[in-house]
Write a protein that binds this ligand. Structure first.
Ligand SMILES: [Zn+2]
Length: 319
């Protein structure tokens, strides 16, 4: 605990101008997945490192996973420094780790030990893909990631009302509102696109065939149940083979031999009609009809049954 507290106390305080942070980010993002590097310009006093500017490492060998400060790189850096920052010092260097996070590789520590070995010199690392950044510096004889880093705004302290610049209307209306909704859509849409093909490629071969078989089976079952219900519930015509007795006109069931129907007497209807018309609606109408189902005396050749009303005479007259 004591050693750790002492080590933390020895870390330098780093103060970086916000413009330098912006320029490093801009430089790193400008080259995509290729590493970039440069040097930090400023002052180093009493364990306090102030970074006021930076110089891009032109002509640096940025092939592969790490940067290298070549002779051309240093010549360009010193040329710019002598011209623009003659009274400043080189207080460190920066480079980018596009997509692989904030740390110092063996190659990076090699560069730091050989070119930036002064106790006040630091190594700034920025990942343009994750937007992470961090800084490493000398603590005793070791290189540590620094914990006390401050961003200074050189123009801080200006009166806020002095700018006199109106806020652009375009950015408020058309840029702000879509900018809030677009990241959500961009987050959501790729997830949907990824999930759908994944389910489609594995699902349909098995499940859709199972579903089809199930649907066909279900439809056939429903159809069979419907036919069964209709067979028992709805009235249906029963065909019975019959023969007709040519002598009597009776209908006889061919299987049982029973007489199932008597021939209809054609005279009965006309007789009743005549009787009703002639006799002015006597009881003949009601008495004739119940006997219609019985054997007709005229056709069977038997003597006619006695007529209680004595209508026999009336029947004989028209014939
Ligand atoms: Zn590196």
């Amino acid at each position: 605990m004591k050693a750790k507290a002492k080590t933390a106390a020895e870390q330098p305080v780093l103060v970086v101008d916000s413009e330098v942070v912006r320029l490093i980010r801009q430089h790193a993002r400008s080259s995509g997945k290729t590493e970039v590097c440069g040097v930090l310009i400023g002052q180093d006093r009493d364990h306090r490192v102030e970074v006021a500017a930076c110089i891009e490492g032109q002509n640096a060998d940025e092939a592969g996973a790490h940067v290298t400060f070549t002779q051309d790189t240093w010549e360009h850096i010193y040329a710019v420094k002598d011209k623009k920052y003659p009274n400043e010092r080189i207080v460190g260097w920066y480079h980018s780790h596009p997509g692989f996070g904030i740390f110092l590789s063996d190659h990076d520590t090699f560069i730091h030990r050989n070119f930036f070995s002064s106790p006040g010199q630091v190594a700034w690392v920025f990942d343009p893909q994750s937007d992470e950044e961090g800084c490493f510096g000398w603590v005793g004889g070791r290189i540590e990631r620094l914990t006390r880093i401050a961003i200074a705004d050189r123009r801080g302290g200006e009166p806020a009302e002095a700018s006199g610049k109106p806020e652009p209307v375009v950015s408020a209306d058309s840029a702000h509102a879509p900018a809030l909704s677009r990241p959500e859509e961009q987050d959501a849409i790729p997830v949907r696109i990824r999930r759908l093909p994944a389910e489609d490629s594995s699902g349909p071969d098995d499940s859709s065939l199972e579903q089809l078989v199930f649907k066909v089976f279900f439809a056939l079952s429903a159809l069979a149940l419907g036919f069964a219900l209709a067979f028992f519930l709805f009235p249906r015509v029963v065909l019975v083979p019959v023969v007709m007795n040519p002598a009597t006109g009776q209908l006889i069931d061919a299987r049982t031999g029973e007489v199932i129907a008597e021939p209809r007497d054609p005279n009965a209807g006309s007789t009743a009609g005549n009787a009703g018309a002639n006799a002015g609606g006597s009881a003949a109408t009601s008495t004739q009809h119940p006997n219609a189902g019985q054997p007709d005396p005229a056709k069977s050749g038997q003597p006619p049954a006695t007529d209680p009303n004595g209508k026999k005479g009336d029947n004989g007259k028209p014939k």
